[in-house]
Design a binder for this molecule. Structure first.
Ligand code: GLY
Length: 576
């Protein structure tokens, strides 16, 4: 059931206006009823209306939350072909109410067996950026199909054909192109045009992108989905689809072979855990940096009374940005695939380490990124085009999943005959041992390319539990390195600032990632007064959207379940 929260939101925003919050500007332009829903049996918040409908379809046929998550994963792969898909990967954090167990499924792409640390460098050792962004060499071995099927195999109740039906129909019967998809096709038209199979689906004969309102048919993708529904994992990782992916790789200079496809491994990992003022936070461990840094930043902030400073006062924004800055310096230094590198997660999420980090933060003066003893000049670039969905049911089960092909349309290559857009996740590796810093130190080893390694991610599917162990909030978002700061801020808005969920999601967001040394603030911006104060503390300000689209679900004290899809995006929440 959808619910209109307008009055509540108006009152909240009016109250907080004197502290520089101007999220009312954002909220008033959006129809709240389209982005929020209230239920008690289940709630679905995804980045696409057809995807939310797919999960609903499954619930209506007696499926459980895991069937719904599988249906949503396949449907969003069709509905957002620029953001995610069968050619990509992702993470899924699950709370199983029956066993009380939290699990993290890692179906991140893996580097092909023939990959090596110099593959994105020219003969002089200089990075060739385009190689990890476009064409065959940009792709890791896709993990999404294997991961989602493993969840279905373990927990699903309905047969796979029923669960995949909405996705197959969406691909086969076509869907109306929406403005965000048109924007992505327009931005990538020149690259898509280079690859015949990509051009055939997303562009016209003259390489002009299809436009909003047109119908997008993905017939080859429908056939691939049918094969998976019929043959499960073998429908994708063996047989004709695997062969066509390997053939496309060969044609376009990539390294993925049929053996790489067959050998793809899903990893079930222990979740990363932390606490904030008595609440437990559960999130994604490496190869994501996300969960670790969400917890690290919250640990640092726990030592301040941010509530009395005011959610978006200059003082609170300064402290929060400084904690982000520290976390991102650590990200560059330590983070990578923990199957290959020694990643000190326990230290990074410890309260002791947070206390040490707090000592570095002055209450009124920005930290200089140059003072950090880290061996990088800048972080690897990350793109902002991923997707997230969250589902919760009345029994207390939760699924939070972030999935991606990395940049818009990934590598721009559709493997001919499959309809599968191949990822460019290899760009999330460090292309070389990091730049040299001011001190001449060298770093970046933990995230260098190695055969069968997974590139570092920021994806942060997260669940928050109250003191009684009840999951009270679950969320996630797309948008590269901003993922972890957007998730962290939404948790902070709810737990520390006690904002209603809609306001917590719609609030102004900001991001500091150590390099560049600036606070990036998304619209609606802070008041001039707040920004001037931040500048007087030594912060540089950059007005630029963060690109996040939070999909959040909250169990409320009366037992009802509230879903909120970010008003900045085209998501939809639905529940009964
Ligand atoms: N490709 C974006 C991420 O994994 O964080």
């Amino acid at each position: 059931m959808k619910v209109f929260l307008g009055l509540v939101i108006f009152v909240v925003c009016a109250c907080s206006g004197n502290k520089g919050i101007r999220q009312a500007d954002l909220i008033k332009n959006k129809k709240k009823s389209e982005y929020t829903a209230l239920g008690s049996q289940y709630m679905i918040s995804t980045q696409g209306a057809a995807t939310t409908q797919a999960a609903k379809f499954v619930f209506e046929r007696g499926g459980n939350i895991f069937d719904a998550a599988v249906a949503a994963s396949f449907a969003i792969s069709v509905e957002r072909p620029h953001s995610t898909g069968l050619g990509g990967g992702g993470f899924m954090v699950i709370h199983n109410a029956k066993t009380g167990i939290n699990e993290a499924y890692d179906f991140r792409e893996m580097a092909p067996k023939a990959a090596h640390s110099k593959m994105y460098l020219d003969k002089e050792g200089k990075q060739v950026t385009e190689r990890s962004l476009t064409g065959g060499l940009a792709s890791g071995v896709p993990g999404l199909v294997a991961g989602v099927l493993e969840v279905h195999n373990k927990y699903g109740k309905l047969d796979l054909k029923t669960v995949m039906k909405p996705a197959i129909e969406l691909a086969e019967k076509g869907m109306v192109i929406y403005p965000a998809l048109e924007r992505a096709m327009t931005a990538k038209a020149e690259k898509l045009c280079r690859f015949e199979a990509s051009k055939k689906i997303f562009l016209d004969d003259g390489c002009k992108p299809k436009t909003a309102g047109d119908i997008l048919y993905q017939k080859d993708l429908a056939e691939t989905l049918k094969l998976i529904a019929h043959k499960k994992r073998a429908g994708f990782y063996e047989g004709p689809v695997a062969k066509m992916i390997a053939a496309s790789q060969k044609k376009h200079g990539g390294l993925i072979t049929t053996r790489d496809m067959r050998n793809y491994l899903v990893k079930k990992r222990p979740v990363v855990e932390g606490t904030y003022k008595g609440y437990k936070i559960v999130s994604m461990p490496p190869p994501s940096s996300g969960g670790t840094h969400v917890i690290q930043i919250l640990n640092i902030l726990e030592g301040y009374d941010l509530k009395s400073l005011g959610a978006q006062s200059a003082e609170a924004v300064h402290l929060t940005s400084s904690a982000m800055q520290i976390a991102f310096a650590d990200r560059a230094e330590y983070m990578g695939d923990s199957d290959f590198a020694n990643v000190p997660v326990e230290t990074l999420v410890s309260k002791k380490y947070a206390a040490q980090m707090r000592e570095r933060i002055s209450l009124d003066k920005a930290l200089s990124s140059k003072d950090f003893p880290v061996p990088f000049k800048e972080l690897a670039k990350e793109s902002d085009h991923t997707t997230h969905f969250t589902i919760m049911d009345g029994k207390g089960n939760v699924v939070s999943s972030t999935q991606t092909i990395n940049g818009w349309f990934g590598s721009s290559v559709v493997a001919a005959g499959t309809g599968v857009v191949m990822n460019n996740e290899m760009d999330d590796f460090a292309s070389h041992i990091g730049g040299v810093n001011l001190f001449g130190a060298i770093g970046g080893k933990n995230n260098l390319v190695e055969p069968r390694k997974r590139p570092l991610s920021s994806m942060s599917p997260s669940i928050v539990f109250n003191k009684e162990g009840v999951p009270v909030l679950a969320l996630g978002t797309p948008s590269g390195t901003r993922i972890l700061t957007c998730v962290m801020q939404t948790i902070l808005n709810v737990l520390e600032h006690e904002m209603p969920l809609w306001e917590a999601v719609a609030a102004t967001r900001y991001h500091h990632q150590w390099s560049p040394e600036e606070i990036r603030i998304g619209p609606p911006f802070f008041s001039t007064e707040v920004e001037e104060k931040l500048k007087s503390m030594g912060h540089k300000i950059n007005h630029k959207s963060l690109g996040c689209s939070i999909q959040a679900i909250q169990r409320q004290s009366d037992g009802s379940i509230l879903g909120v899809s970010d008003p900045r995006g085209e998501g939809m929440s639905y529940g009964i």
